[in-house]
Design a protein around this ligand. Structure first.
Ligand code: HEC
Ligand code: HEC
Length: 301
């Protein structure tokens, strides 16, 4: 009798034991090797730095962040070049939207001919496709920093404007005294002159014919009228604190003033105080000016 062609390969108890041991051992060895392979951190292929601290920090970086600024910290002004690179270059580097191109003297010559003050004013208030302050807020870039950016751009494009004078460092600290002595004192010092120039630029924005109050406006529209007047007139100084005007929404700046009765505060707004011109230099109605005061005061309550 020959052996069956499909006989079992295991014939002896020894072979059986060997097969059983191999049945366990082989998968275990494979698993161990896989585990070592997966955990191997010394590989240096593309993407293996995805667990590095910097990479992880970048991935779990919060989407929105609050930047806390110390209002009392001494202000560090950006240079014209920094402002230009951060803001103005968006349009002026390429000449987008018809902006005069950086270093293109032909683009700039007719504009430079208008003089620095006009250019500065235009940069602050906007012109055609040029947004006011290049689209930034006065909190981010002061008038002085915008002035520096104008000088930087113009001087690289054929002009030789002098560097604008820096506002006095102590100006904000001395607000009470300086503001109280008003425009006269402000005009006296160099720093004051810079501030006064800033105010002139601001004042030039003030439309002389704001929308007149609708006669007998009800109090519902009063707050609207106040907001509108603030936006068209008062914010020229009060948004950025030009000439040490108490800043809109700045509780600290307003608190000492609001110790006076509202009648006194209205009176200052109507008839002026220090560097604050009567009615902010507008010819708005008394009711509208009071409404604007209410609007400003409500922002610091
Ligand atoms: C969104 C695009 C844009 C940005 C950002 C921008 N500008 Fe302009 N700028 C323009 C355009 C467009 C003009 C031409 C306006 C015109 O002549 O009608 C212009 C013109 C000017 C002029 C010449 C004004 C004149 O009287 O002829 C100055 C100065 C100026 N910009 C300064 C700045 C400064 C400073 C910044 C940055 C803080 C800035 N711009 C950011 C688009 C921009
Ligand atoms: C040209 C810049 C300028 C404009 C425009 C301006 N203000 Fe003022 N304002 C000031 C300054 C500067 C002070 C601080 C005066 C001081 O304390 O000596 C001030 C102070 C005030 C105060 C506080 C007065 C107090 O001490 O109680 C009120 C209220 C006020 N302004 C309302 C307004 C209103 C309303 C408008 C718009 C109709 C306006 N201002 C427009 C510069 C301005």
């Amino acid at each position: 009798m020959s052996e069956a062609p499909h006989g079992a390969p295991i014939k002896t108890p020894g072979q059986l034991i060997a097969a059983v041991i191999a049945g366990f051992a082989v998968p275990i060895v494979i698993i161990v090797l896989l585990a070592v392979y997966v955990d191997n951190s010394t590989r240096t292929g593309a993407g293996t730095d995805s667990l590095s601290e910097a990479e992880v920090a970048a991935r779990i970086h919060p989407l929105a962040q609050v930047e806390i600024r110390d209002a009392n910290a001494p202000r560090v002004y950006k240079t014209g070049e920094e402002v230009y690179k951060a803001v103005c270059s968006a349009c002026h580097a390429s000449g987008a939207a018809g902006a005069p191109k950086f270093t293109n003297t032909a683009d700039w010559a007719p504009r430079i001919a208008q003089g620095f003050d006009t250019l500065w004013h235009t940069a602050l208030s906007g012109k055609g496709a040029m947004p006011p302050r290049g689209g930034t807020s006065p909190d981010d870039y002061s008038d002085f920093e915008i002035a520096r950016a104008v000088v930087y751009m113009a001087n690289n494009s054929g002009a030789s404007f002098p560097e604008p004078a820096q506002p006095a460092a102590g100006a904000a600290a001395a607000s009470g005294a300086a503001a109280a002595s008003g425009a006269a004192a402000a005009g006296a010092s160099d720093a004051g002159a810079a501030q006064a120039a800033a105010a002139m630029a601001a004042m030039a924005n003030v439309p002389q014919t704001p929308t007149p109050a609708a006669g007998g406006a009800q109090s519902a529209d009063a707050s609207q009228a106040g907001k509108a007047l603030y936006q068209s007139v008062c914010q020229a100084c009060h948004a950025a604190g030009v000439l040490n005007a108490p800043k809109f929404g700045d509780k600290e700046a307003w608190a000492p003033r609001l110790k006076d009765s509202m009648d006194t505060v209205y009176n200052y707004a109507l008839h002026g105080k220090g560097a604050m011109p009567p009615k902010g230099g507008s010819n708005a109605s008394d009711a509208d000016v009071k409404a604007a005061v209410d609007y400003m005061v409500s922002a610091v309550k």
